[in-house]
Design a protein around this ligand. Structure first.
Ligand SMILES: NC(=O)c1ccc[n+]([C@@H]2O[C@H](COP(=O)([O-])OP(=O)(O)OC[C@H]3O[C@@H](n4cnc5c(N)ncnc54)[C@H](OP(=O)(O)O)[C@@H]3O)[C@@H](O)[C@H]2O)c1
Length: 263
């Protein structure tokens, strides 16, 4: 029975992945920031990915109980929407601490365990916003591009260790992400465009797929001996958008994005 550690299982993808894997018989540990009395099919441990001491304590707890960590799924994160120029430094720092350094600190804490085991899988949940930038989600997109680049570089460092790295870029899914997003200031003269873009973003998310859809893909990735390095999770439109981003000249792709968001 494989032991899987997932960050951020209180809602959304994390919860859906934890439930799906527990149903399949995996020994699932999920991190939460606040203890819950809910009866769950998986175990929870208290971790704030921005506090490295809680990460180490959480991993020690898993090792004491399960003795190993076969799979790490880095998922905990949140969104920030507004103008990068006017974003408060504290908000920007919290975003980077969670969405980038939180992932890196989890990997660094789990790697010594996986190195000893001579095997393991690290699955980093990034975003389609890390394949192409989404307007007014500038710093969020920056964090997700960083996770794509970090995962690619990590792949090379782990050659020969038996540890595999996979990055998953989901499109729009209906989770608590929309409600948890931080809104930061914008220039008043850009308000009309901003409101139009945010309306389109929220519409895409609230009409998005059920996170169970992404959870099924994650389960398949865990089951594969040789998974691909990068996946797009989502509808055909999401997959096509990632594909054409690689083919089209930037100026053409920008036009498609501007038209999608009614800019
Ligand atoms: N929904 C989408 O359309 C979409 C698309 C692409 C990528 N993603 C990515 O998918 C991941 C999960 O998002 P979601 O859509 O499932 O959103 P969500 O429902 O808001 O879930 C986010 C999870 O992250 C946890 N979290 C946030 N900050 C944390 C911290 N400092 N330490 C530990 N846990 C923390 C939250 O826990 P608390 O309850 O403690 O806040 C929650 O469990 C994120 O990385 C997001 O960027 C989402």
């Amino acid at each position: 029975m494989k032991t899987v550690l997932i960050t951020g299982v209180s809602s959304g993808f994390g919860k859906a992945i934890a439930e799906t894997l527990a149903e399949k018989g995996y020994n699932v540990y999920g991190t939460v920031r606040n203890a819950t009395n809910e009866s769950l099919a998986y175990k929870t441990i208290i971790v704030d990915v921005c506090k490295p001491e809680t990460i180490q304590a959480g991993i020690n707890e898993v090792l004491q109980q399960a003795g190993k960590i076969d799979v790490l799924i880095n998922n905990a994160g949140f969104g920030l929407t507004g103008e990068m120029e006017l974003t408060d430094n504290e908000d920007r720092k919290r975003l980077f601490d969670t969405n980038i350094f939180g992932y890196i600190d989890m990997v660094n804490a789990v790697l010594p365990v996986m190195r000893k085991q001579k095997e393991g899988k690290i699955i980093n949940i990034a975003s389609l916003a890390g394949v192409f930038a989404i307007p007014y989600q500038g710093f969020y997109s920056t964090t997700k591009f960083a996770i794509n680049g970090y995962s690619e570089a990590l792949h090379y460092e782990l050659i020969g260790t038996g540890i595999k790295v996979v990055v998953v870029n989901p499109g729009d899914y209906k989770t608590s992400f929309t409600a948890n997003r931080i809104l930061t200031p914008i220039h008043e003269e850009g308000r009309k465009v901003f409101d139009t873009v945010v309306k389109a973003i929220v519409k895409d998310e609230t009409k998005g797929l059920d996170p169970k859809h992404c959870a099924k893909l994650i389960a398949k990735i865990i089951e594969k001996n040789n998974p691909c390095f990068r996946y797009v999770a989502g509808s055909l439109e999401h997959k096509l958008s990632a594909f054409i981003k690689r083919l089209l000249p930037d100026s053409w792709f920008f036009k498609i994005i501007e038209s999608h968001y009614n800019m």
